[in-house]
Design a protein. Structure first.
Ligand code: CO
Length: 143
């Protein structure tokens, strides 16, 4: 399938760190600020969001060693964990990727805190990069 999906942009870059408390100092030295922190219980991860222009850096600190981000840290150390692309129609994006035969981390769209929708595409289908597809919560798309 081809054709544009209007409104697609980089939503955030997810970076796996051992400690948000330590890692944030680098970004704060550059004038960035943490605007949102939360623990995502079902992913067993603490997150901190720092806006950068119209995108964001998302710091990810595992709450347990055997969580997805905890395993990533054990295997690869700190570093780039995923790239999140924001789309206006997440269902259309998933259908297009299914038509392409893409592999997903989970086969359904999930609802994140604050009501945004997301799913992850396996790195084997995206040039070795874990890709998160995000659709903002309805209220924030009209802001
Ligand atoms: Co993310």
């Amino acid at each position: 399938m081809s054709g544009e999906l209007p409104g697609t942009k980089i939503d955030h870059l997810g970076i796996a760190v051992k400690s948000i408390a330590q890692a944030r100092a680098f970004y704060e030295a550059l004038g960035l600020r943490v605007t949102h922190e939360e623990t995502v219980e079902h992913e067993r991860v603490k997150t901190a969001m720092l806006p950068v222009g119209e995108s964001r850096v998302e710091l990810l600190e595992p709450t347990e060693e055997d969580s997805p981000v905890g395993k990533f840290l054990a295997k690869r150390g700190e570093g780039m964990h995923h790239v999140a692309l924001q789309v206006e129609d997440i269902t259309a994006a998933m259908e297009r990727l299914k038509a392409l035969g893409a592999r997903f981390i989970s086969d359904e769209v999930k609802v994140g805190a604050g009501g945004h929708l997301y799913f992850f595409v396996h790195p084997s289908s995206a040039g070795g990069v874990l890709v998160e597809i995000v659709q903002p919560a309805a209220e924030s798309t009209h802001g």
